[in-house]
Design a protein around this ligand. Structure first.
Ligand code: HSE
Length: 365
């Protein structure tokens, strides 16, 4: 059985990954080795009745013994360890959740329900680095990737509604703490005048009572239309990824499809949503579009464009903790017959992060 090293298994993405691997029986197919950057020699996880002792994630000699390494440890670790490993002539497969290697020429962004052909060609060519995509991009493609693969998209805009989890565990807790403070303050004013309550909440949001260490601004009762660092062209890095990563996933770097939009952090906990405007390159019936999307994978659920179905299903509440990607509000826009309006939502930690990694492991096995 292949020796598989797992690093960063205790973090949020790593924990979701381990859960999924246990559920799917992946550990029965491999000899796992668990690494730590700070606790080598200590007790690791227990899986299928076996207690694992942690190995040193900074030891190139130890990592070199692995056939496959899966890292959820983060970009700094990848930047530090991956080049050393490769320089030591390690020829194993590196599967990574972090973004640092994504745009390397000899790395492939993995989302096999959408780009299995790109992955297979890369393995054939001897590519060894496989990297999970940006969560928003992966979730968008899990929803409407079939329209790209059918060559129907001339351009697309994506306006996102991204959950706190995209920032990490501390960000989720900060949002919940903000909500708690707001709830406590509002509780004793609920019987009073709404405008007084509103004014009190506005004042509270600007006060020291609301901790904004992670987000830099209140997220509860608010939103933040900025995610990640600034680029010179006025985009955020998150917005840039929509174009660059989508085209790389699709293997279209030579002939990219224009994609742009605004990425917005909202007070959802772990599922990202996005409103898409898609300019088709020809007129296609809505029914055909729906069928194409529905039949693209077993994880897609097309939601009827009705108020009841939309409220029930087209939202973070419905998809959080599941592998479902919901796609709804599918309609032609007033802009013209080739303009589609679509809304989609998916779990940021599953298809957005952990699931493509464990599926890549299975492809390699
Ligand atoms: N960058 C994403 C976000 C998460 O902040 O929501 C990781 O892809």
């Amino acid at each position: 059985m292949k020796n598989v090293g797992i690093i960063g298994w205790r973090g949020m993405v790593g924990s979701v990954l381990l859960d999924r691997m246990k559920t799917e029986g992946d550990f029965k197919k491999i000899t796992p080795h668990f690494y730590s950057t700070s606790q080598a020699g200590q007790k690791g996880p227990s899986i299928d009745g076996v207690d694992y002792t942690l190995l040193d994630a900074n030891s190139i000699e130890s990592l070199k013994e692995m056939d496959i390494i899966i890292s959820c440890q983060g970009g700094d670790y990848t930047k530090q360890v991956h080049p050393q490993l490769r320089q030591s002539n390690w020829n194993g497969y590196w599967i990574d959740a972090a973004s640092s290697l994504r745009m390397n020429e000899d790395a492939v962004i993995i989302l096999d329900p959408v780009n299995r052909n790109v992955i297979d060609q890369a393995i054939e060519k001897g590519i060894k680095d496989f990297v999970g995509g940006n969560c928003t991009v992966s979730l968008m493609l899990m929803g409407v990737g079939s329209l790209f693969n059918e060559n129907l998209v001339e351009w697309m805009t994506s306006m996102t509604y991204q959950a706190a989890s995209g920032g990490g565990a501390r960000h989720m807790k900060e949002l919940l703490t903000q909500m708690q403070v707001i709830g406590n303050n509002a509780a004793h004013m609920m019987d009073g005048d709404i405008l007084k309550l509103d004014a009190a909440m506005s004042k509270l949001l600007s006060s020291h009572e609301i901790n904004t260490d992670c987000f830099g601004a209140p997220l509860a009762l608010n939103l933040i239309p900025w995610i990640d660092s600034a680029l010179e062209n006025g985009q955020t890095r998150e917005e840039w990824k929509a174009f660059s990563e989508t085209n790389k996933i699709l293997g279209r770097q030579e002939n990219p499809i224009p994609i742009d939009g605004t990425c917005v952090r909202v007070g959802a906990l772990r599922s990202h949503s996005q409103a898409l405007t898609i300019k088709l390159n020809k007129s296609v019936e809505i029914k055909t579009i729906e069928e194409m999307i529905q039949s693209s994978s077993e994880w897609v659920e097309v939601v009827e464009n009705t108020p009841e179905a939309t409220r029930e299903k087209l939202c973070p509440r419905y998809v959080s903790g599941s592998l479902k990607t919901v796609v709804g509000r599918i309609r032609k826009m007033n802009l013209g017959d080739e303009y589609l309006n679509i809304f989609t939502s998916g779990d940021q930690l599953l298809w957005g992060a952990a699931e493509p990694l464990r599926r890549m492991l299975n492809i390699l096995l």
